[in-house]
Design a protein around this ligand. Structure first.
Ligand code: URA
Length: 289
């Protein structure tokens, strides 16, 4: 059966996604931008030689093994706005679909206001509340999950359901922090129907908001919770079982991938390794154990 024709918006989203990937790759590798080479299929570079069983979503993963210390390494040095990545390119200038108000937001309330009553993707009609994020706007640590579930959609706050309770325990009982000391957000701000995985066009619409959130908070470390968050942030398809426990670089911010709390609810034996990952984060932030 013939595929349904793409709408202009889908085509534009694909082009922008490909262009972003190309520009990021050029920025990361120092290669010259070749506008003619950009198309939805050829823009992504081949998988990094050191990561040969991973298939990049749209750019090569960049790995920066950490020595356990992030002192002075976490915060991008450039002022906001615009926000410079570790490689010097302002992330926001790559987000052609992001409105000037989103790009110009210089704090989280301004960013939330700029997102408004969002209808940029097809999740909008399904949501009760847009789940922006919660916590300390100057947090040293940001947790990034996948997308709101039912409880989060109803409350308008991330990680408040069963998985959220487990995350809260990790923060409060494990790390001896308060939930309001850290910042918690998701890749996707609106609940996908039946909690299905977010789709590429939804990510393309929503990810720039998280990019801006992270740039405004400028945390010393990010914890990516689960497959979806880790793979989306790192632009890789490497399984979380291989990613977890190893420091990686996200635009100059050390990022620790670990299992999602919902996975831990189904596999409690894995709490042990998550605790090891969290202890690495605590060590890096100089938190007492
Ligand atoms: N799972 C997530 O990834 N995020 C939430 O906010 C809740 C559950």
């Amino acid at each position: 059966m013939a595929a349904a024709p793409m709408t202009d918006r889908q085509t534009l989203l694909e082009l922008v996604t490909a262009l972003r990937a190309r520009l990021e790759w050029c920025r990361d590798t120092g290669a010259e931008v070749d506008a003619m080479a950009v198309d939805g299929r050829s823009a992504a570079p081949a998988a990094a030689a050191t990561d040969d069983d991973s298939v990049p979503l749209n750019a090569a993963p960049r790995k920066t093994p950490m020595d356990g210390s992030v002192a002075g390494a976490g915060r991008p040095t450039a002022a906001v706005p615009p926000v410079a990545t570790s490689a010097g390119a302002p992330v926001e200038t790559l987000d052609l679909l992001v409105s000037p108000a989103v790009r110009a937001a210089s704090d989280l309330p301004q960013l939330r206001a700029a997102i408004g009553d969002c209808t940029r993707c097809k999740l909008a009609p399904h949501r009760t509340n847009l789940v922006f994020g919660v916590g300390n706007p100057a947090a040293e640590l940001v947790f990034v999950g996948e997308a709101p579930g039912r409880d989060e959609d109803l409350r308008g706050e991330p990680f408040v359901g069963r998985a959220g309770q487990l995350l809260t325990e990790i923060i409060t009982k494990g790390m001896k922090l308060r939930r309001e000391d850290v910042y918690i957000a998701n890749i996707i701000k609106c609940r996908p129907p039946q909690n299905r995985n977010p789709e590429p066009d939804e990510i393309a619409s929503c990810e720039p908001f998280l990019v801006r959130q992270l740039a405004l908070i400028r945390p010393k470390a990010i914890v990516a919770l689960g497959t979806f968050a880790a793979q989306t942030l790192l632009k890789t398809r490497t399984p979380i079982t291989r990613l977890r426990g190893a420091w990686t670089d996200y635009h100059g911010i050390p990022l620790m991938p670990t299992f999602h709390p919902a996975y831990l609810l189904r596999n409690p034996a894995e709490k042990r390794v998550v605790w090891e990952d969290i202890q690495q984060v605590m060590r890096a932030l100089g938190l007492p154990r």
